[in-house]
Write a protein that binds this ligand. Structure first.
Ligand code: PEP
Length: 252
Protein backbone atom coordinates (compact mmCIF):
# COMPACT_ATOMS: atom_id res chain seq x y z
CA UNK A 1 0.00 0.00 0.00
CA UNK A 2 1.39 3.39 -0.88
CA UNK A 3 1.25 6.04 1.78
CA UNK A 4 1.13 9.71 0.85
CA UNK A 5 4.21 11.47 2.26
CA UNK A 6 3.39 14.03 4.91
CA UNK A 7 5.50 17.00 6.01
CA UNK A 8 4.17 18.83 9.07
CA UNK A 9 5.45 21.97 10.78
CA UNK A 10 5.04 22.58 14.50
CA UNK A 11 5.35 26.29 15.16
CA UNK A 12 5.22 25.82 18.95
CA UNK A 13 4.83 29.10 20.89
CA UNK A 14 6.33 31.24 18.15
CA UNK A 15 4.78 33.97 15.97
CA UNK A 16 2.03 36.46 16.80
CA UNK A 17 -1.13 36.36 14.67
CA UNK A 18 0.18 38.83 12.05
CA UNK A 19 3.55 37.06 11.92
CA UNK A 20 1.87 33.68 11.48
CA UNK A 21 -0.30 35.06 8.68
CA UNK A 22 2.69 36.57 6.90
CA UNK A 23 4.64 33.30 6.99
CA UNK A 24 1.58 31.24 6.04
CA UNK A 25 0.78 33.40 3.00
CA UNK A 26 4.37 33.21 1.81
CA UNK A 27 4.58 29.45 2.42
CA UNK A 28 1.29 28.89 0.55
CA UNK A 29 2.77 30.79 -2.40
CA UNK A 30 5.96 28.70 -2.32
CA UNK A 31 3.85 25.53 -2.23
CA UNK A 32 1.82 26.32 -5.31
CA UNK A 33 1.97 23.38 -7.69
CA UNK A 34 3.10 20.95 -4.97
CA UNK A 35 0.82 17.88 -4.94
CA UNK A 36 3.00 15.62 -2.85
CA UNK A 37 3.86 15.62 -0.01
CA UNK A 38 0.79 16.58 1.96
CA UNK A 39 1.72 19.71 3.92
CA UNK A 40 0.48 20.86 7.32
CA UNK A 41 1.40 23.68 9.68
CA UNK A 42 0.40 23.92 13.33
CA UNK A 43 0.43 27.49 14.66
CA UNK A 44 -0.81 28.48 18.14
CA UNK A 45 -4.53 28.13 18.82
CA UNK A 46 -4.89 31.88 18.66
CA UNK A 47 -3.65 32.00 15.08
CA UNK A 48 -5.71 29.08 13.75
CA UNK A 49 -8.61 31.08 12.24
CA UNK A 50 -6.23 33.68 10.79
CA UNK A 51 -3.93 31.09 9.25
CA UNK A 52 -6.94 29.12 7.97
CA UNK A 53 -7.89 32.19 5.92
CA UNK A 54 -4.28 32.74 4.82
CA UNK A 55 -3.83 29.21 3.41
CA UNK A 56 -7.35 28.78 2.00
CA UNK A 57 -7.28 27.22 -1.46
CA UNK A 58 -3.56 26.35 -1.19
CA UNK A 59 -1.73 23.05 -0.66
CA UNK A 60 -1.08 23.95 2.97
CA UNK A 61 -3.34 22.32 5.57
CA UNK A 62 -3.84 23.35 9.14
CA UNK A 63 -3.31 21.55 12.43
CA UNK A 64 -3.47 22.40 16.12
CA UNK A 65 -0.68 21.66 18.58
CA UNK A 66 -2.94 20.31 21.32
CA UNK A 67 -6.55 20.17 22.45
CA UNK A 68 -8.55 19.47 25.60
CA UNK A 69 -10.58 16.29 25.74
CA UNK A 70 -13.79 17.67 27.27
CA UNK A 71 -16.42 18.96 24.85
CA UNK A 72 -17.15 22.18 26.73
CA UNK A 73 -17.52 23.46 30.26
CA UNK A 74 -15.74 25.22 33.10
CA UNK A 75 -12.18 24.44 31.97
CA UNK A 76 -10.52 27.83 32.06
CA UNK A 77 -7.82 28.30 29.47
CA UNK A 78 -8.57 25.14 27.50
CA UNK A 79 -9.71 24.70 23.89
CA UNK A 80 -11.95 21.86 22.68
CA UNK A 81 -11.64 19.71 19.59
CA UNK A 82 -14.89 21.19 18.19
CA UNK A 83 -13.47 24.70 18.59
CA UNK A 84 -10.29 23.70 16.77
CA UNK A 85 -12.23 22.04 13.98
CA UNK A 86 -14.48 25.11 13.64
CA UNK A 87 -11.35 27.30 13.41
CA UNK A 88 -10.39 25.46 10.22
CA UNK A 89 -7.96 22.75 11.38
CA UNK A 90 -7.92 19.28 9.88
CA UNK A 91 -5.28 17.76 12.18
CA UNK A 92 -4.15 18.03 15.77
CA UNK A 93 -0.87 17.00 17.33
CA UNK A 94 -1.53 14.99 20.48
CA UNK A 95 0.97 14.04 23.16
CA UNK A 96 3.91 16.09 21.90
CA UNK A 97 6.88 15.49 24.19
CA UNK A 98 6.83 19.11 25.36
CA UNK A 99 3.23 18.57 26.52
CA UNK A 100 4.27 15.35 28.25
CA UNK A 101 7.37 16.82 29.89
CA UNK A 102 6.21 20.34 30.76
CA UNK A 103 2.44 20.08 31.15
CA UNK A 104 1.79 16.69 32.71
CA UNK A 105 0.38 14.93 29.65
CA UNK A 106 0.02 11.20 30.29
CA UNK A 107 -0.83 8.24 28.08
CA UNK A 108 -4.29 8.35 29.64
CA UNK A 109 -4.93 12.02 28.73
CA UNK A 110 -3.45 11.33 25.28
CA UNK A 111 -6.01 8.55 24.83
CA UNK A 112 -8.87 10.84 25.86
CA UNK A 113 -7.63 13.56 23.52
CA UNK A 114 -7.44 11.16 20.57
CA UNK A 115 -11.02 10.16 21.30
CA UNK A 116 -12.10 13.82 21.41
CA UNK A 117 -10.23 14.61 18.18
CA UNK A 118 -11.85 11.73 16.31
CA UNK A 119 -15.25 12.66 17.74
CA UNK A 120 -14.91 16.13 16.23
CA UNK A 121 -13.61 14.94 12.88
CA UNK A 122 -9.99 15.95 13.51
CA UNK A 123 -7.17 13.68 12.39
CA UNK A 124 -4.86 12.93 15.32
CA UNK A 125 -1.07 13.01 15.00
CA UNK A 126 0.00 10.92 18.00
CA UNK A 127 3.50 11.90 19.11
CA UNK A 128 5.65 9.38 20.94
CA UNK A 129 9.31 9.16 21.85
CA UNK A 130 11.81 8.09 24.46
CA UNK A 131 14.09 10.34 26.50
CA UNK A 132 17.86 10.00 26.36
CA UNK A 133 17.92 8.34 29.80
CA UNK A 134 15.29 5.81 28.72
CA UNK A 135 17.29 4.97 25.60
CA UNK A 136 20.50 4.64 27.61
CA UNK A 137 18.73 2.26 30.00
CA UNK A 138 17.58 0.11 27.08
CA UNK A 139 13.93 1.01 27.64
CA UNK A 140 13.19 2.57 24.24
CA UNK A 141 10.76 -0.09 23.04
CA UNK A 142 9.15 -0.55 26.43
CA UNK A 143 8.33 3.19 26.47
CA UNK A 144 7.20 3.42 22.85
CA UNK A 145 5.03 0.31 23.14
CA UNK A 146 3.39 1.66 26.28
CA UNK A 147 2.78 5.08 24.70
CA UNK A 148 1.07 3.39 21.78
CA UNK A 149 -0.88 0.67 23.55
CA UNK A 150 -2.11 2.98 26.34
CA UNK A 151 -2.61 5.99 24.05
CA UNK A 152 -4.71 3.92 21.66
CA UNK A 153 -6.47 1.81 24.30
CA UNK A 154 -10.07 0.93 23.58
CA UNK A 155 -10.19 2.05 19.96
CA UNK A 156 -11.77 -0.18 17.37
CA UNK A 157 -10.07 -0.84 14.06
CA UNK A 158 -12.43 1.33 12.05
CA UNK A 159 -11.79 4.39 14.23
CA UNK A 160 -8.07 4.73 13.55
CA UNK A 161 -7.98 4.93 9.76
CA UNK A 162 -6.90 8.61 9.84
CA UNK A 163 -4.33 8.19 12.61
CA UNK A 164 -0.85 9.56 11.96
CA UNK A 165 2.04 8.53 14.22
CA UNK A 166 5.07 10.74 14.86
CA UNK A 167 8.18 9.15 16.35
CA UNK A 168 10.17 11.90 18.01
CA UNK A 169 13.07 10.84 20.21
CA UNK A 170 12.99 13.49 22.95
CA UNK A 171 16.77 13.83 22.87
CA UNK A 172 16.61 14.86 19.20
CA UNK A 173 13.94 17.57 19.53
CA UNK A 174 15.31 21.08 19.24
CA UNK A 175 18.81 19.85 20.04
CA UNK A 176 20.30 19.67 16.56
CA UNK A 177 20.99 15.96 17.25
CA UNK A 178 19.23 13.76 14.71
CA UNK A 179 18.77 10.07 15.34
CA UNK A 180 20.95 7.95 13.08
CA UNK A 181 19.48 6.38 9.95
CA UNK A 182 19.85 2.96 11.59
CA UNK A 183 18.09 4.07 14.78
CA UNK A 184 15.19 5.61 12.84
CA UNK A 185 14.85 2.63 10.50
CA UNK A 186 14.81 0.16 13.39
CA UNK A 187 12.24 2.08 15.44
CA UNK A 188 9.90 2.75 12.52
CA UNK A 189 9.92 -0.89 11.47
CA UNK A 190 9.20 -1.87 15.06
CA UNK A 191 6.30 0.61 15.29
CA UNK A 192 4.67 -0.68 12.13
CA UNK A 193 4.89 -4.26 13.32
CA UNK A 194 3.47 -3.20 16.69
CA UNK A 195 0.46 -1.64 14.93
CA UNK A 196 -0.01 -4.91 13.09
CA UNK A 197 0.11 -6.92 16.31
CA UNK A 198 -2.22 -4.55 18.19
CA UNK A 199 -4.66 -3.87 15.35
CA UNK A 200 -4.25 -5.31 11.86
CA UNK A 201 -1.91 -5.53 8.90
CA UNK A 202 -4.21 -3.23 6.97
CA UNK A 203 -4.03 -0.51 9.63
CA UNK A 204 -0.26 -0.95 9.97
CA UNK A 205 0.12 -0.62 6.21
CA UNK A 206 -1.99 2.49 5.92
CA UNK A 207 -0.74 4.44 8.98
CA UNK A 208 1.79 7.11 8.17
CA UNK A 209 4.72 7.18 10.58
CA UNK A 210 6.58 10.50 10.65
CA UNK A 211 10.03 11.10 12.09
CA UNK A 212 10.64 14.24 14.15
CA UNK A 213 13.78 15.58 15.77
CA UNK A 214 16.02 18.21 14.20
CA UNK A 215 14.86 17.57 10.63
CA UNK A 216 16.53 20.09 8.33
CA UNK A 217 16.93 20.66 4.58
CA UNK A 218 20.32 18.90 4.87
CA UNK A 219 19.06 15.60 6.33
CA UNK A 220 15.45 15.29 5.14
CA UNK A 221 16.16 13.41 1.92
CA UNK A 222 18.12 10.70 3.68
CA UNK A 223 15.45 10.34 6.38
CA UNK A 224 12.64 10.18 3.81
CA UNK A 225 14.55 7.45 2.02
CA UNK A 226 14.10 5.07 4.97
CA UNK A 227 11.54 2.36 4.21
CA UNK A 228 9.08 2.98 7.03
CA UNK A 229 9.45 6.76 7.23
CA UNK A 230 6.43 8.41 5.62
CA UNK A 231 7.08 12.00 6.53
CA UNK A 232 8.54 14.46 8.99
CA UNK A 233 7.34 16.54 11.91
CA UNK A 234 9.48 19.64 11.86
CA UNK A 235 9.85 22.20 14.65
CA UNK A 236 12.54 24.88 14.34
CA UNK A 237 13.12 24.55 10.61
CA UNK A 238 9.41 25.02 9.83
CA UNK A 239 9.33 28.58 11.20
CA UNK A 240 11.15 29.97 8.18
CA UNK A 241 9.19 29.35 4.96
CA UNK A 242 12.34 29.48 2.80
CA UNK A 243 13.84 26.68 4.89
CA UNK A 244 10.61 24.70 5.25
CA UNK A 245 9.99 24.66 1.49
CA UNK A 246 13.37 22.96 1.03
CA UNK A 247 12.18 20.22 3.38
CA UNK A 248 8.83 19.98 1.57
CA UNK A 249 10.63 19.71 -1.78
CA UNK A 250 13.07 17.09 -0.45
CA UNK A 251 12.73 15.11 -3.64
CA UNK A 252 13.78 17.85 -6.07
C1 PEP B 1 9.08 19.16 17.19
O1 PEP B 1 8.77 20.18 17.76
O2 PEP B 1 8.23 18.26 17.07
C2 PEP B 1 10.44 19.01 16.66
C3 PEP B 1 10.77 17.87 16.10
O3 PEP B 1 11.29 20.08 16.79
P1 PEP B 1 12.72 20.28 16.04
O4 PEP B 1 12.48 19.99 14.58
O5 PEP B 1 13.06 21.72 16.29
O6 PEP B 1 13.66 19.32 16.64
Amino acid sequence: MSRRPFIAGNWKMYKTGPQAVETAIYLAKLCSGVNDPEIMIAPTHLSLPLVAQAVKGSAVKLGAQNLYFEQEGAFTGEVSADMIKAAGAEYSLIGHSERRQLFGETDDTVCQKIKAALGSGLKPVLCIGETEAQRDEGKTYFILDKQISDGLKGFGLGELSELVLAYEPVWAIGTGKTASIEQVAEVHEHLRSLLERLFSKDLADRTRILYGGSVKPENVKQLMGIKDVDGALVGGASLDADKFIKIIKYNE
